[in-house]
Ligand binder design. Structure first.
Ligand code: SAM
Length: 315
């Protein structure tokens, strides 16, 4: 029962992320014409939260763009714990769609995402279909190059089957994305997942956004950080530092890895765009933003030569 309560709390983190994104989009931090199809309303969020989400979305976009440039239309994106992420539609709108796009999350979340997609013609119309056919079940959706599949990521034995249903191609250049996901998966299951993916996809890049620098000055994981929004951060040990973030990949058979705090990511974003968003809302305490950004990071890992050593720098 405790585990089920935790799973429900974990799934609720998707509502939180989607609401924060919608609120920041509404204020003009970045453009996302699709998020409001998934989230109806949001309460006000603090300016430093909005700026944090801006850095998160834009920082991930830097790597997505690099992946698309390097893999052309032959790439495959697999978003693990995708929640209500709108990346597929944003890429489609920008004319940058990869060969295949697969999203995985708990069935209860994918069912809700299927419902929103079905309900909005604008979303459906943008799904590529060769023969006009889109296959829906309660929890899964299959179109020509977009697949939404319900699975508990801790159940590796089901992954092959689910990915096969999603027409995965293990030989394509592949980008994995986990945005605030691995921290909710216990370290053993997260390791098994990373190892399994490394073994199956020899030409791939993994982009991970999550917490970092979770130890206090005595070297202890800060107790207040073990739970967030009522759920256990089961994978928090790997969020100790940039080094542990990188090592979790290399010890699980990824060839190399790198990691940056969100302070570095924020500073690397185009200056004119940062200036623009810094005028949207006043931030009385700059320090609040820096503290927030220091506790999140983007880590990147790769297999094969194509995506080796990609950096956060633009271009
Ligand atoms: N990646 C999305 C984003 O950034 O907008 C959602 C982030 S939300 C904080 C975390 C997501 O990870 C939730 O949608 C949750 O259901 C999913 N998740 C966590 N553990 C999972 C697991 N074991 N299996 C499948 N999905 C999981």
């Amino acid at each position: 029962i405790k585990d089920m309560a935790d799973d429900e709390a974990i799934q609720a983190t998707n509502d939180d992320a989607s609401e924060c994104k919608r609120y920041a989009v509404q204020l003009g931090y970045w453009s996302d014409p699709f998020i409001n199809f998934f989230v109806k309303q949001t309460g006000r969020k603090a300016p430093e939260i909005n700026r944090g989400y801006y850095a998160r979305v834009k920082g991930i976009e830097v790597f997505v763009d690099k992946f698309i440039k390097l893999s052309g239309e032959k790439g495959q994106i697999i978003n693990l714990g995708a929640g209500f992420d709108t990346l597929y539609w944003r890429l489609k709108e920008a004319g940058k769609c990869p060969a295949n796009f697969i999203e995985l999350d708990f069935p209860s979340i994918t069912a809700r995402k299927c419902y929103h997609i079905k309900k909005h013609k604008q979303l459906i119309d943008m799904l590529n279909t060769e023969d006009g056919e889109i296959r829906f079940s309660t929890t899964d959706l299959h179109a020509a190059n977009y697949h939404l599949v319900g699975i508990d990521l801790r159940h590796i034995s089901e992954l092959t089957n689910k990915l096969t249903q999603a027409e995965v191609n293990f030989n394509l250049p592949t980008m994995f994305l986990t945005e605030c996901v691995l921290v909710y998966v216990d370290a053993g299951a997260a390791s098994a997942l990373l190892k399994w993916l490394a073994g199956k996809f020899s030409n791939s890049i993994f982009i991970n956004y999550e917490q970092v620098n979770m130890k206090d000055k005595f070297g202890q994981i800060m107790l207040s950080n073990l739970r967030s929004r009522g759920c256990l951060l089961a994978g928090v040990e790997d969020c100790e530092s940039l080094e542990t973030q990188q090592r979790r990949f290399t010890i699980n058979n990824w060839e190399g890895s790198n990691a940056w705090t969100m302070v570095e990511v924020y500073d690397s974003l185009p200056q004119d765009d940062r200036r623009r968003i810094e005028h949207i809302e006043m931030l009385d305490e700059q320090e609040l933003l820096v503290q927030l950004l220091q506790h999140y990071c983007i880590s990147v890992a790769w297999n094969g030569q194509t995506f080796k050593n990609l950096s956060i720098a633009q271009g």
